[in-house]
Design a protein. Structure first.
Lengths: 293, 306
């Protein structure tokens, strides 16, 4: 580090303390606790716990329900990520094109960022309502009898649509700012070389946006995995039952409804490893990102 | 400065028409196509909330029978009044006002706490010769790896063992335990020209004076941007408040949504109108802040990579 100019011995320690203390108590302690309890089996009546080694993990791997939830999480994450990125990219390109009303469109397309996921979920609950929901009625016109909360894949569809609705604004903001940072000279040069607008986009603009897209890919995967909790909890109406759910939702259900501390902790540890992988992947991409720009 | 901004769009418009000497008609169709897509996109974002607003103006029996409404009814004032001031709609002991207050406490408390703590930590890391600086850096940035959702049950157990259930401390402080803010301020401090520190030292300013008189004023825009992002983040918290606040006196608006959803399933006709009004109230403050301080917000979001 180049800077480090003050050499006061006690002041930096003093001002680092609040951050370190909070992290130690509310991050490292719980994280350690999770790893610890993932190797133990809790007594159902609350009298101590016994060391069971890897049992909680092998139970997970052999549980058909866990495997099913993991598959669903994968599909759900892929769909939410793809659609929210694709829609946002399309809108950002168009918003970057137009000269009139660009600012108005920007506002109209980004404000949903501030809507809380469970509020979006509540809206979804009304819109997809089995009897009276406007979207259900629209689907019925096409002969699709939509049954939220009853049919597994119908509920999943609603979850994806609401999650995408909530995520498009963030992607839009990043794509638009990425597009606006592309130098004018590059666009002009492309304009001379290539007449077709779509050709210019895929050959010149899109590669320049790739770093933003890579970064957003990670952000969206993280969002679909963790931040959609509120959407899912409201759409399944707190009744997991036969409804689709993601891995994070299962950690919550098993831990707080099933009172299975060991199993839930093992699931937490699995997710920790998943996030760790994603982060390593992200750092790799960030190195490349610096390379690009 | 103003001149440049004023002339830029027209110059660009001119250049586009010059550079693509296609027939006028085809250019226009392109533009129309762009606008059509943007309008569809805007409607996709807007219509659900529009429906919620319209529905909030009807009585619960109409809503129960017919679902969401596309027109304005006459119950808007009553529904909002009841949602704000009447107890026992969806909760037994609190009204919307109390939940609004709690949401404010959570949003502002979280944003302010996070900014103070992470600014101090980033200052220590960037501006001091510190033996364990690298170690502190890694200890702090490992927290980026694990969102609260992942370690939710152990976190709950820890908070419970400390007796912090149903307190504002238990609600706010664990949410602060992540490095996003520190990371951002570290980036920003490193972009501040080094000459400033040199100049300040020559003038005899110590670390405290430099921080308060130079660095904080310099960071004003950044602090505002981070405040907006953090306020929205805190206000919209759902899972953590759901676990930590079992007493209704501590419910936030977003936490209150869960009560609404639970009643939604019951056989009795819930107060739909009030529910929609509460949903609007829960959306309004963060949405307004994001719209009014758009430029700061977008700058903060895209430059900090949170």
């Amino acid at each position: 580090m180049k800077r480090a100019v003050f050499s006061n011995p006690w002041l930096p320690i003093l001002i680092l303390t609040p951050q370190l203390a909070i992290i130690a108590v509310f991050f490292y302690w719980p994280a350690g606790f999770a790893i610890h309890s993932s190797f133990y089996l809790q007594d159902p009546f609350g009298f101590g716990s016994t060391f069971v080694g890897m049992t909680n993990y092998t139970d997970l791997a052999t549980s058909s329900e866990y495997v099913r939830v993991a598959w669903f999480t994968l599909i759900y994450t892929a769909l939410v990520t793809f659609f929210s990125l694709a829609i946002a990219l399309l809108l950002a390109v168009k918003a970057d094109n137009v000269l009139r009303g660009a600012k108005t469109y920007r506002t109209l397309l980004m404000w949903v960022y501030a809507v809380a996921p469970p509020v979006a979920g509540l809206m979804g609950l009304m819109l997809f309502d089995q009897g009276t929901g406007p979207i259900t009625q629209l689907f019925a016109q096409f002969g699709w009898e939509f049954k939220l909360g009853v049919n597994y894949w119908d509920t999943a569809t609603a979850m994806v649509i609401v999650a995408v609705w909530k995520q498009v604004p963030v992607n839009f903001i990043f794509f638009l700012s990425g597009l606006q940072s592309i130098p004018k000279s590059v666009r002009e040069a492309a304009l001379i070389d290539n007449r077709s607008a779509s050709g210019r986009f895929w050959d010149v603009i899109f590669p320049l946006l790739a770093p933003t897209a890579f970064f957003l890919l990670i952000i969206n995967i993280t969002y679909a995995l963790f931040d959609t909790f509120g959407v899912i909890d409201t759409l399944v109406q707190g009744e997991p039952g036969n409804n689709p759910m993601t891995l994070v939702y299962k950690v919550f259900v098993d831990g707080f409804r099933g009172n299975d501390l060991g199993g839930s902790s093992a699931q937490s540890v699995v997710l920790m490893l998943l996030v760790l992988l994603l982060t390593v992947f992200q750092f790799r991409l960030m190195e490349r990102r610096i390379h690009y720009t | 400065m103003a001149d440049i901004i004023d002339t830029a769009p027209s110059a660009e418009a001119e250049e586009r028409t010059v550079a693509t000497p296609l027939s006028r008609r085809s250019i226009k169709w392109n533009v129309v196509g762009d606008h059509v897509i943007l309008i569809i996109g805007s409607l996709f974002m807007l219509v659900p909330v529009f429906l919620v607003f319209m529905t909030a103006s009807y009585d619960q029996i109409t809503i129960h029978r017919e679902g969401m409404q596309w027109t304005m009814g006459d119950q808007l004032g009553k529904n909002f009044h009841d949602a704000m001031f009447e107890r026992g709609g969806f909760t037994d002991t609190v009204d919307g006002m109390r939940m609004l207050t709690n949401s404010m406490i959570l949003g502002v408390g979280f944003a302010v706490g996070k900014i103070i703590i992470s600014m101090l930590a980033a200052y220590a890391i960037v501006y001091f010769r510190l033996k364990f600086a690298t170690f502190a850096f890694w200890v702090i940035f490992t927290t980026l790896l694990l969102p609260l959702e992942v370690r939710i049950l152990p976190s709950y157990e820890v908070i419970q063992s400390m007796g912090l259930i149903n307190t504002y401390t238990g609600l706010i402080v664990p949410l602060i335990a992540s490095a996003t803010g520190t990371f951002f301020f570290r980036q920003f401090f490193r972009s501040v020209p080094e000459e400033l520190v040199e100049a300040a030292r020559i003038d005899g300013a110590g670390p405290v004076k430099f921080f308060i008189d130079i660095l904080i004023p310099l960071s004003r825009t950044m602090i505002a941007a981070i405040f907006i992002i953090m306020f929205v983040f805190g206000w919209n918290q759902y899972l953590w408040p759901t676990l930590i606040t079992t007493e209704e006196g501590f419910f936030t608006l977003v936490r209150g949504i869960r009560q609404i959803v639970q009643t939604y399933n019951d056989s009795a006709i819930p107060e739909y109108g009030q529910a929609m009004a509460l949903a609007i109230i829960a959306m309004l403050p963060p949405v307004l802040i994001v719209i009014f301080f758009q430029n700061w917000f977008v700058k903060g979001l895209t430059e900090s990579d949170i």
